[in-house]
Design a protein around this ligand. Structure first.
Ligand SMILES: Cc1cc2nc3c(=O)[nH]c(=O)nc-3n(C[C@H](O)[C@H](O)[C@H](O)COP(=O)(O)OP(=O)(O)OC[C@H]3O[C@@H](n4cnc5c(N)ncnc54)[C@H](O)[C@@H]3O)c2cc1C
Length: 472
């Protein structure tokens, strides 16, 4: 049996960080937004840096911020060397995701707890079918939407090539990788910590939460036929721990929980196309980074934030559709490229097993000579800065503006500290002081100085403009 729910204009399928940030941003713009999501069906623990935590705090996600675990030192054992320079916050993803949804509800997003089964496009809009425990068992509920956001993480389907009736495009994947996760009980006396280690078959991340739980997550190659069947996973996991030297110390006195080994796909992946007139794919569904980067949540938040002006443009300024999608796609392509190049550099830094399949495939992917962080100074001569028009976010929409493209900013920089750079250059040519220029922009002199210094640091302004500043 099927019941039809009342119409809502924007439906977001999936309530992880990307879906929640998209929904909350749309509500801020006055759109009614509904998230349909089901809880993560497996235990997941992750680590995040200060940046995503700051974003959560900045945008008022109080419950999500409060759900973040302690900051710990991460010990790294890579290429035969041990270091403990990095720190990360530990995150129980099930607790964190529930907290995100509480924040979204408080911000005015309607939350439906259900599993999306299908989204079909009709002439009158989208029809999404889902099952929910709020309805009698096996009863499907349908909901309509003018605009659909796919935020189901790696389970997103709208951008996948298989759904040819919805969208066609290219998808790019890195070497097939799976994460095998097992939970343990450990003594309550043991402090919270994380540690990462490489070994011939891949790499591993160990976490202790300081409250009696430990997690060992092992990342291995999972090309066709490499993983055993579900029944053989426990045995396979034990064999891997036997050849992972660090696991001896990590698991001393630990008791494996009965829940067994769970598997998550973990290869870097970029789907296409990102969207169309009436849909957009956000978060991991569009761009999934290698978990080695530890940046997935940060990018998912960024993807949700950038999706909002894109959707606003698609809905209210359909004539700017191509521009809006160009902005979104370029942002994704750039993040994917940088993330993959960084991944290759990390893998190449482990030099002990160049012939092992796991390492061989990853130190060569993606192919090419580019580096993740081009040096803006050494690249000035080979790729001088260029002024051109590119899509930027302006007043809640995507708009075309003059930007400066440099080797380290291929998408172009429009403003620094709120000051539009290309306009600023015309004022500097007219020999105005920073204070005079600031008054024209309705800004502080310090903002103009920061923008001018950025131009100077990229050799876009002649040195004379450094002296000129002393007049202020
Ligand atoms: C093994 C592994 C380890 C990782 N470790 C880290 C790390 O340490 N640090 C880090 O920053 N990132 C890490 N990541 C990446 C991080 O998990 C993702 O980048 C991030 O969660 C993406 O957010 P999202 O909102 O796009 O998707 P998700 O967080 O995956 O959210 C998608 C949501 O949609 C729901 N959903 C899925 N299908 C349906 C459906 N049919 N109906 C309704 N709801 C549905 C899911 O239950 C989920 O709640 C890791 C990823 C993997 C695979």
């Amino acid at each position: 049996m099927t019941t039809v729910d009342n119409d809502r204009s924007i439906v977001i399928m999936g309530g992880g960080p990307a879906g929640v940030f998209t929904a909350c941003g749309l509500v801020d713009l006055g759109y009614p937004a509904t998230i349909i999501t089901r809880p993560r069906p497996f235990p997941a623990w992750e680590g995040i840096s200060e940046r995503p935590r700051t974003s959560l705090q900045h945008f008022g996600f109080r419950a999500a911020t409060a759900s973040i675990g302690p900051m710990v030192t991460r010990a790294a054992h890579w290429n035969g060397q041990s270091q403990d320079q990095n720190r990360e916050y530990i995150l129980n993803r099930q607790t964190f995701d529930q907290a995100l949804l509480r924040d979204a509800k408080n911000k005015g997003v309607q939350i439906i707890h259900g599993r999306v089964e299908k989204a079909v496009r009709h002439e009158s809009g989208w029809e999404i079918s889902y099952v929910t425990s709020d309805a009698p068992p096996h009863q499907k509920v349908k909901i309509k939407a003018d605009f659909l956001v796919d935020a189901r993480g790696r389970e997103s389907k709208l951008a996948k090539v298989g759904d040819r009736d919805i969208a066609e495009g290219d998808s790019t994947s890195g070497p097939a990788t799976s994460a095998l996760l097992k939970s343990y009980e450990v003594s309550l006396d043991l402090d919270a910590m994380t540690s990462v280690a490489s070994f011939p078959k891949g790499w591993a991340w160990f976490l202790r939460d300081g409250k009696g739980t430990a997690i060992l997550q092992i990342f291995i190659s999972s090309e066709k036929g490499e993983l055993p069947s579900k029944a053989g996973l426990d045995q396979y996991f034990s064999e891997l721990t036997n050849i992972l030297p660090e696991s001896e110390a990590w698991l001393r006195g630990a008791t494996g929980q009965t829940s067994g080994v769970s598997v998550r796909t973990a290869a870097p992946n970029r789907a296409a196309p990102a969207g169309g007139d009436d849909f957009l794919v956000v978060g991991d569904g569009m761009l999934a980074l290698d978990p080695l980067s530890g940046n997935g949540i940060f990018y998912a938040i960024g993807s949700g934030l950038s999706a909002v002006p894109v959707i606003n443009s698609l809905l209210k300024k359909p004539e700017d559709k191509d521009l809006a999608l160009q902005f979104y796609q370029e942002r994704l392509d750039n993040a994917f490229k940088a993330g993959c190049l960084m991944g290759r550099e990390f893998y190449a830094a482990e030099e002990r097993w160049p012939e092992e399949a796991f390492w061989k495939a990853r130190r060569l992917w993606p192919r090419g000579e580019e580096v993740s962080h081009p040096d803006p100074h050494s690249d000035i001569l080979s790729q001088p800065a260029e002024i051109c028009k590119k899509p930027v976010v302006k007043d809640g929409f995507v708009a075309l503006e003059d930007v400066i493209v440099t080797a380290d900013h291929p998408r172009g920089v429009w403003k620094i500290d709120g000051i539009p750079l290309v306009k600023l250059m015309t004022f500097l040519v007219a020999e105005k002081t920073d204070s005079e220029t600031a008054a024209t922009f309705g800004a502080e002199a310090a903002q103009v100085t920061a923008a001018r210094n950025w131009l100077l640091s990229r050799n876009i302004l002649p040195e004379t403009h450094r002296k000129h500043n002393r007049k202020t």
